[in-house]
Design a protein around this ligand. Structure first.
Ligand code: ADP
Ligand code: MG
Length: 181
């Protein structure tokens, strides 16, 4: 039996109720064979990077323990993306669901169709912030600690989505608008 590896998957969506896509994807990742979701980050509302003329994104990270090999994990994630109606049109363009392997243990993989750590994770606050939520000590092989990297680039353009603990409490009115509604 192969050993369990700690991996981190970044989730993103900016179409058709992005929060719902991300929440469903957390549950679907947990259904992958030989894979256990051990932490889910809060959701973040983030400004598009690379191709600005599109809706804001919702981003998050999941921390996993998995016995799947990197390729098998990728295939599982791509199947979940397809089930969410993901269509690849414009690079960095709008998408119902994007699932990226950010970290797979301490592995460095550079193969056609699979690069780990994800090649742009270290320069993206919308990946680093939720990564730190699920793994404060995370190290990105070859790049340094996720905490140092986020300090360097700053958290501009990302806001944690606050979900009121209980509807109807006095906090509700103060938080209204913070969830993008
Ligand atoms: P991006 O996530 O960069 O916006 P896509 O989601 O369209 O791009 O992914 C395109 C391809 O990227 C996938 O089919 C997959 O083979 C490849 N890929 C390479 N490395 C990774 C990774 N670490 N996680 C997910 N996909 C990856
Ligand atoms: Mg992707």
């Amino acid at each position: 039996m192969s050993a369990t590896v700690t991996a981190v998957v970044a989730l993103g969506s900016n179409l058709d109720d992005p929060q719902a896509h991300v929440r469903r994807a957390f549950a679907e990742i947990a259904e992958l064979p030989q894979t256990w979701v051990t932490a889910r980050s809060p959701l973040y509302r983030t400004q598009p990077v690379g191709y600005a003329d599109q809706p804001a994104f919702v981003n998050a990270c999941a921390r996993l323990e998995t016995r799947l090999a990197p390729r098998a994990l990728l295939e599982g994630l791509l199947a979940i993306e397809r089930a969410h109606g993901r269509v690849r049109a414009i690079p960095n363009g709008p998408r119902t669901l994007d699932l990226d392997i950010v970290l797979y243990g301490e592995s460095v993989i550079d193969e056609p169709g699979l690069a780990v750590p994800h090649p742009r994770a270290h320069e993206r606050a919308f990946v680093l912030a939720p990564l730190l939520d699920v793994w404060p000590q995370a190290e990105i092989p070859g790049k340094g600690s996720a905490a140092d990297l986020l300090r360097k680039i700053g958290s501009e353009g990302i806001v944690r989505i606050v979900v009121p603990a209980k509807a109807g409490t006095p906090m509700d009115s103060r938080l209204r608008g913070n969830d993008g509604t």
